[in-house]
Design a protein around this ligand. Structure first.
Ligand code: FAD
Length: 299
């Protein structure tokens, strides 16, 4: 597998802006992500240079064209997990395959979907977790349920099987959106998919039961939340990046506390606007370029 210089997660204004800078600087750049929410039929009236306004989808299409012109590779895939390797590169698992990169720029916007379980916060750290690679180990041989409807949840459930045979998925009342190859794998691993909706949790000190809307109850020691797509917060948990509330912490150079990982745009949560995302993307790119130059000097 060839190692990319820069893997940018997110194809929104922050990611595209970063890619234009890193590609122009000659770095081998990959953007992983599909069209962002703003790429619809929305009028953008406050972005510099478009006094008559521009549609969100046009702006993003032009951004993609601009990045591709300088050699950025764009791939519409969902990132499921990012792990740092012993050689300090990053392995990025997607719903289609794997990539390896020397640096990562997180530009995933704000995307965390809440599961809608009433008292879930009472059990956070007492059975409820958001990160299998961080906490899966603590549930060896125990009963766990992954709450989520998509390929992210499927991947988390498959990872959990390394720790315990008792793994199921609960889609919280949604229809599963899991591709056939993942479905087959779940069947092979005997991971049941429940379509009910967990309403609230119970347990003296730690989680013991999940109560469903239809009145049924599931005995469970661990509940892993993996709704919708993996978000920057999920990547932060597994990489050890510090966060503040629901956002990634990045300094004025868009550096996170993990060397080689940068963050830009809405996922940093400063001012959720296109102009800010574009600016932070440029700064993150400059920092990534500096980091790669440093690595090359050491070689
Ligand atoms: C309807 C709407 C209208 C808006 N109007 C305006 C406006 O008029 N003016 C203005 O300044 N701002 C506006 N905004 C806000 C603006 O869109 C955001 O501030 C801006 O898009 C943030 O850019 P970003 O690149 O940080 O994140 P986003 O644009 O949200 O892009 C995030 C990217 O990350 C990808 N992603 C997320 N998770 C994953 C994953 N697990 N794997 C792979 N990819 C992933 C998404 O697919 C997407 O490509 C609007 C937003 C919306 C939704």
């Amino acid at each position: 597998m060839s190692v990319k210089d820069v893997a940018i997660i997110g194809q929104g204004p922050a990611g595209l802006s970063a890619a234009i800078y890193t590609s122009r600087a000659g770095l081998d750049t990959l953007i992983i992500g599909c069209a962002p929410k703003v790429a619809g039929d929305y009028d953008i009236d406050n972005y510099f240079g478009f006094p008559a306004g521009i549609k969100g989808n046009e702006l993003i299409e032009l951004g993609c064209e601009h990045a591709a012109k300088y050699g950025t590779q764009l791939s519409c895939e969902k990132v499921l997990a990012i792990h740092m390797q012993p050689d300090m590169t990053f392995k990025i698992k997607t719903d289609y395959g794997e990539y390896q990169a020397r640096t990562v720029i997180l530009a995933t916007g704000v995307s965390r979907v809440r599961p809608g379980i009433k008292n879930i916060s009472e059990y956070e750290g007492k059975g409820v977790s958001y990160c299998v690679s961080c906490d899966g180990f603590f549930f060896k041989g125990k009963k766990v349920v992954v709450v989520g409807e998509g390929v992210f949840a499927a991947n988390q459930a498959i990872e959990l099987k390394e720790y315990t045979p008792y793994v199921s998925i609960c889609t919280q009342g949604k229809e599963p959106e899991i591709p056939e190859n993942y479905m087959q794998h779940l069947q092979e691993l005997d991971i049941e998919i429940m379509k009910g909706k967990i309403q609230n949790l119970e347990g003296e000190q730690f989680l013991e039961k999940a109560h469903f809307e239809d009145g049924t109850t599931l005995d469970v020691d661990g509940l892993f939340v993996a709704m919708g797509e993996a978000s920057s917060l999920d990547f932060a948990y597994s990489l050890g990046i510090t966060t503040q509330k629901n956002f990634i912490e990045a300094d004025h150079e868009q550096k996170t506390n993990v060397p080689g990982v940068f963050a830009a745009g809405d996922c940093v949560g400063r001012f959720l606007q296109i102009s800010v995302a574009v600016g932070e993307g440029a700064i993150a790119a400059r920092s990534a370029i500096k980091y790669i130059k440093g690595l090359r000097k050491q070689e």
